[in-house]
Design a protein around this ligand. Structure first.
Ligand SMILES: Cc1cc2nc3c(=O)[nH]c(=O)nc-3n(C[C@H](O)[C@H](O)[C@H](O)COP(=O)(O)O)c2cc1C
Length: 225
């Protein structure tokens, strides 16, 4: 799809916090899709990104009014929250002041109509940069709040898709998917979907065949997103 290739090309060019790409500005009903890219490897290398591309291409074929925002976590200089960061954040929150740039990722997550997270399967879950991202988006007053009945998610997303690929087989060790599902439930009440291609680094598995089938399977899932 030419349009998607264009989106991707623009994503590659843009730098930190400037990955805002209007795919097709069809008017005020335009939906925002947030793509959280937690893949260390680039396009052409990363099988996880290959799955994402198949999924979004298929989605874009059927939806013209979409704004796609790609956040490339490995390019964003994200760091685990320090004591200083937490104290600073708490001080802003106590004043209900959410204008600092430290809240940008949380605002984007809150506003997205749909969210896609792509991360390779690492050490039974995902790369630590994705956990750092989660630390940054879980902000009391933006993405969730506390009520008499406990915490309540405030995010608008109707659907969240988690995409991963693994070298071996995940089996019962699906901790990455389970954790992201938990975070999705904590921050909102949209549908959770997931997709994986597995066994890609096993020597007698035909990786190309597995990926070929996985790409067409995930493309079909875009209908329900
Ligand atoms: C640091 C690291 C940890 C990994 N841990 C696992 C693992 O626990 N289980 C597994 O099946 N594969 C593991 N793999 C293999 C990756 O899941 C697999 O190669 C994946 O397809 C990489 O995704 P990518 O092509 O998008 O980079 C690991 C790879 C790396 C680099």
């Amino acid at each position: 799809m030419e349009g998607v290739q264009l989106v991707i090309a623009i994503c590659e060019k843009n730098k930190l916090h400037k990955n805002i790409i209007v795919y097709n500005n069809g008017g005020f009903k335009m939906k925002t899709i947030l793509f959280v890219n937690a893949c260390m490897r680039e396009r052409g290398e990363s099988r996880t990104l290959e799955l994402f591309d198949s999924f979004i291409e298929s989605y874009m074929q059927k939806h013209s009014d979409v704004k796609l925002i790609e956040e490339k976590l490995y390019k964003m200089n994200l760091k685990p929250l320090s004591k200083f960061d937490i104290e600073r954040r708490d001080s802003f929150i106590s004043k209900s002041d959410y204008s600092d740039k430290m809240f940008n990722l949380a605002h984007n997550f809150y506003q997205a109509d749909k969210i896609i997270i792509a991360a390779p399967y690492w050490d039974l879950s995902f790369p630590s940069i994705l956990k750092v991202y989660v630390e940054n988006i879980c902000v009391n007053g933006i993405t969730f709040c506390y009520t008499e009945n406990g915490p309540k998610g405030l995010c608008k997303f109707t659907d969240l898709m988690y995409i991963t690929t693994s070298g071996g087989f995940i089996a019962e060790n699906d901790f990455g998917k389970d954790y992201i599902n938990g975070i999705a439930k904590f921050l909102g009440n949209g549908n959770f979907m997931d997709f994986s291609a597995q066994g890609l680094d096993i020597f007698d598995i035909d990786e190309k065949n597995v990926m070929h089938k996985a790409c067409s399977d995930i493309a079909r899932l875009a209908d329900g997103f």
